[in-house]
Design a protein around this ligand. Structure first.
Ligand code: GDP
Ligand code: ZN
Length: 459
């Protein structure tokens, strides 16, 4: 990396302080040109890793831009493994922009989104999955998603992938040796032994993959759509889950016309909750738009919360919704159990055998905890609920693990068919490469660029 990059590293807007970050070979010279320490001596030097008080000053006209604290960090023990400087300005966009402009005019260029982290990756301080964890860490909305990202940054995932890769490499070396030197005095690799090793490696991959569904939801959040005919208690449910009155609760049926969306944190799972207008036929134009939106959020939902009112007879509309939900993942709330029951639950259990049914009285907050519990259970279903942070949260990683798994399955069936080792070797190698793409050992420039393009400026 020849050039020096710079960007505003803190969030846009007003703040106590804001930081301009510089990285690259010219860092020291740039800082020397524009930063004037308070007690400047004739031949002053920026000390390594020492926060220094002073001013940012335009060397052309001596104009003071801001009063700052600056620090210079000598490579290689820095974020990018290059020389890095951070200028702590006052957190005003004016000061930050002016300081950045001065830095750019004196020998740096504006960093691309994610370029600091990209350099950390290219210079070998982070592997690719660790670099990806940096975005997740920045974007984490719950403690759990933060913990998992932190674990990934610290290399928990890389370590596991590395272990699997090492086993594969062992096997590959063994295969190659057996192909190249079949008559030498080396341990013969039998097909039986091969089958055994491939299945062990597959199991390791399988185990990682089993965390992927929960992992994705923990990182990206769960899309939950609330559905039910008017007046059953959808807005009340939304309010109870939000624990504050933001969705409007009314007594007039059909008033929730548009979808209302809220993001909340249910026991550490980020949830995007959508209150739908009900998915039914209507002639009302505005309502139609709402219904289209509802259908969309319904179709995209990971989980459906279906609310029924037990105090009114089941109607055709309820039937339609039951039909519409089909075998999707759903939690059914039998609401208003404080009132007289007009229909029997057994009917519903016949109609929706896979759904979990919870009786509620949302007016009194009764049953809300159970609903929350059930949401959490659904997120973790299929995977062991772990406290440690080894989880596959990233779709890219999941796809690569699946590719590796499928190559190994091919290798396994060829082994079973006693095909030539050369053929089997090709599939083992391809599984090895897929795993290497997770950590970035065998990844193409295109993919690297794509990964870092998802970062924001200054990271
Ligand atoms: P939505 O149209 O499905 O969003 O329904 P709302 O949440 O607006 O509720 C409609 C009406 O039912 C409001 O007057 C609520 O206070 C009332 N309601 C909601 N839940 C309950 C409950 O469990 N019991 C009783 N008795 N009334 C409820
Ligand atoms: Zn409503």
């Amino acid at each position: 990396m020849e050039d020096t990059i710079a960007a505003i590293a803190t969030a846009y807007g007003e703040g106590g302080i804001g930081i301009v970050r510089i990285s690259g070979p010219n860092t020291y010279d740039i800082l020397k040109k524009i930063f004037v320490p308070r007690n400047r001596k004739q031949d002053w030097k920026m000390e390594n890793r020492k926060m220094t008080y002073g001013h940012i000053m335009d060397p052309k006209d001596g104009q003071v831009v801001d009063e700052v604290l600056s620090v210079f960090m000598k490579e290689p023990h820095t974020y990018t493994k290059e020389d890095v400087a951070e200028i702590n300005c006052h957190g005003s966009m004016v000061s930050l922009r002016k300081t950045l402009e001065l830095v750019l005019r004196n020998g740096a260029r504006l960093a691309e989104p994610g370029e600091f982290t990209k350099r950390a990756f290219l210079n070998g301080r982070l592997d690719l999955s660790q670099a990806e964890a940096v975005i997740d860490l920045i974007k984490a909305k719950t403690d759990k998603s933060f913990d998992v990202a932190m674990g990934q940054l610290e290399g928990v995932l890389s370590e596991e992938v590395g272990k699997i890769r090492a086993s594969l490499l062992d096997l590959l070396v063994n295969v190659t040796v057996n192909i190249d030197y079949p008559d030498e005095d080396i341990e013969e690799l039998t097909y039986e032994k091969m089958e055994d090793e491939i299945s062990q490696i597959s199991n390791m991959i399988e185990k990682l993959l089993s965390t992927a569904d929960s992992g994705r939801l923990i990182r990206e959040g769960l899309n939950v759509a609330i559905i039910g005919k008017p007046n059953v208690g959808k807005s009340s449910l939304m309010n109870e889950l939000l624990k504050e009155t933001r969705a409007i609760v009314t007594e007039i049926p059909g008033t929730t016309r548009d979808t209302i969306e809220e993001v909340l944190n249910i026991r550490n799972i980020p949830v995007r909750l959508i209150d739908t207008a009900g998915i039914r036929e209507t002639d009302d134009k505005i309502e139609k738009i709402g219904i289209e939106k509802s259908k969309k959020s319904f179709n995209e939902a990971d989980l459906i919360l279906f609310v029924l009112d037990v105090s009114r007879e089941l109607s055709e509309e309820d039937q339609e919704i039951i039909h519409y939900i089909g075998d999707r993942k759903a939690i059914v709330l039998i609401n208003k159990i404080d009132l007289e029951k007009k229909w029997d639950l057994t009917f519903l259990k016949e109609q929706m055998p896979n759904a979990s049914v919870i009786e509620t009285s949302l007016k009194d907050r009764f049953g809300v905890e159970k609903v929350e519990e059930e949401i959490v259970n659904m997120v973790y279903s299929g995977s062991v609920r772990q406290n440690d942070s080894l989880m596959v949260t990233n779709v890219r990683h999941k796809n690569l693990l699946e590719q590796a798994k499928s190559s190994l399955a091919d290798a396994q069936s060829m082994t079973a068919a006693r095909e030539a080792m050369d053929f089997i070797e090709v599939d083992l190698k391809s599984a090895y490469d897929s795993l290497g793409e997770i950590t970035g050992e065998t990844v193409s420039d295109d993919i690297i660029n794509e990964v870092f393009s998802r970062f924001c400026l200054g990271k």
